[in-house]
Write a protein that binds this ligand. Structure first.
Ligand code: B12
Ligand code: SF4
Length: 443
């Protein structure tokens, strides 16, 4: 069979921010039994050619990309091509996905994809696969990155290669679907297998796609120690609690860590308790930032606005922390009630969602989709817009730059700092980060 694996992307959105060579489709390709021809299309780099002759199409779907993914699926099905949908969104809403597919794979592909392919080849595909037990991460095949189309246009140099060292997250933040998709058990890949994969990469820098890198500190220390001689540069995402362990931070730095994306979510204590994410943290946010910077690790801090316990002071308090904590870069978001999360179920039962199936309409990420509680919709949207303006101002960029001493920042670090901050500023000025007032909100 000719199999095409597609990662959809919004056709109108500027994607200059962060380019990642993802691992899910290369992993799927590696799991495919021999005897089939596979192509991978990532629309982040070029739109899919919907006229190509293929026998089976597999599409990975996250909620943000549902309209485009369903459009591609419907187009192929109209031509008689069999379509399989998989990934986070079909796992959470399989019934909805089945309206646009011949088959849906729920959960991780490792245990089921070879079966899906052989069923498709013999014309006996079932409607629903998977949803069973989680994958043992020992012995995962090496993702077929060789099948990934390498972009040749400007900016291709900033492409990061995705790699994973763990799956799952023990926390259960109300707004997150991780518990339902990756599970609450934190599973790690054996460090020697991760090392072998890094050694096989023809790249000097990569990005760990793990939700919570280094959460198992013992395994994390083994991994980072073994990475030191490889002399690669990397970034990843983790939780603020990593800063509790200075030895771990030192090993991360020595293994080539350039920066981490950390979900601070909120600076207000009541909201932190509402989320249950950060309540057992043994150090405060400022001390955490001092420790990361002390090891030369840059921090992209992520904050979310619109939690029920939050009041309108949160914007000034967040800005104060961003500047005093000298955050290297900042990602600001309005809370999004993703389907399948406890937040979604609660807001739906409280009658506070403006449109229960909002993801089918393709709203931009910062649309206010529900009636807030701790402040009015107007206060939330205008406070959020003000904070964006302040955070991405040149004044703030200059003040934050000195978090890590300029003598400790490499030339590359300075250029990255400028590049990332300017691209966020550009996004904001272009309106991508401006909140969209939603018709129906009580102001
Ligand atoms: C790396 C990452 C990014 C990267 C790359 C995005 C991407 N689309 O890959 C960046 C930083 C750009 C990013 C951005 C965003 N992200 Co993000 N991201 C991740 C992260 C941390 C890892 C993804 C990954 O590679 N996982 C490892 C692979 C192996 O897992 P997987 O993709 O789930 O694939 C497995 C199965 O699902 C299945 N599978 C997947 N696809 C398919 C397809 C078929 C046909 C089959 C059979 C099986 C199958 O098989 C795979 C192997 O078992 C996940 C969290 C997570 N742990 O998954 C969040 C996550 C995907 N992101 C999320 C969100 C919300 C976003 C943003 C919307 C944030 C924002 N507000 O801007 C944007 C959207 C950008 C966009 N339009 O692409 C949410 C999605 C929630 C949802 N309901 O869809 C997640 C799940 C985080 C979370 N827990 O909330 N993200
Ligand atoms: S810590 Fe991060 S990945 Fe884990 S449940 Fe909370 S938001 Fe999701």
């Amino acid at each position: 069979m000719k199999i095409k694996l597609i990662s959809p992307h919004k056709q109108h959105e500027d994607s200059s921010n962060f380019r990642l060579l993802r691992i899910n489709l290369p992993l799927l390709a590696a799991l495919t039994p021999p005897g089939h021809t596979i192509t991978i299309v990532d629309e982040l780099f070029a739109p899919d050619d919907l006229n190509q002759e293929v026998d089976l199409v597999g599409i990975t779907v996250i909620t943000d990309l549902v309209p485009r993914a369903y459009h591609i699926a419907d187009t192929y099905r109209r031509k008689g091509v069999k379509v399989v949908l998989g990934g986070i969104h079909p796992t959470l809403l399989p019934e909805e996905a089945l309206r646009h597919a011949d088959a849906v794979v729920m959960g991780e592909a490792e245990g089921v994809w070879p079966q899906v392919v052989s069923d498709a080849a013999s014309g006996r595909m079932q409607r629903l696969y998977g949803g069973g037990k989680k994958t043992d991460l020992a012995g995962l095949p090496t993702p077929r990155r060789d099948l990934f189309p390498r972009p040749k246009h400007r900016g291709a140099a900033s492409l990061h290669i995705g790699i994973e060292a763990s799956r799952g997250c023990p926390y259960d933040c109300e707004f997150c679907c991780s518990a339902q998709t990756s599970g609450q058990q934190y599973r790690v890949r054996p460090p020697q297998e991760v090392i072998a994969e890094i050694e096989s990469l023809d790249a000097s820098q990569f990005f760990f796609v793990d939700d919570a890198l280094g959460l198992n500190r013992e395994v994390g220390k083994k991994l980072f120690t073994a990475m030191i001689p490889l002399k690669r540069l990397w970034m990843g995402q983790g939780t603020v609690s990593l800063a509790e362990d200075v030895e771990l931070l030192k090993l991360m730095r020595r293994s080539g860590c350039q920066g981490l994306l950390l979900g601070f979510e909120s600076v207000q204590k009541d909201t932190q308790h509402e989320m249950k994410k950060i309540k057992n943290l043994k150090i405060d946010f400022f001390e955490a930032m001092r420790r990361f910077h002390g090891e030369g690790i840059s921090i992209l801090g992520a904050f979310v606005f619109g939690f029920d316990h939050e009041n309108r002071d949160v914007f000034d308090q967040t800005y104060e922390f961003i500047v005093k904590g000298r955050l290297d870069c900042v990602q600001l978001r309005i809370l999004q009630p993703l389907p399948g999360t406890r937040l979604y179920t609660r807001l739906l039962s409280e009658g506070r969602l403006f449109e229960p199936d909002w993801w089918l309409r393709g709203y931009p990420p910062d649309t206010l989709l529900y009636q807030p509680k701790g402040m009015t919709a107007d206060e939330l949207l205008s406070g959020y817009a003000r904070l964006n303006r302040q955070t991405y101002s040149f004044d703030s960029m200059v003040k934050r730059f000195f978090g890590i001493s300029p003598w400790e920042r490499s030339l590359r670090g300075c250029l990255t700092y400028a590049g990332v901050n300017l691209s966020y500023r550009y996004r904001y000025l272009k309106g991508l980060n401006k909140p969209q007032p939603f018709v129906g909100a009580a102001t």
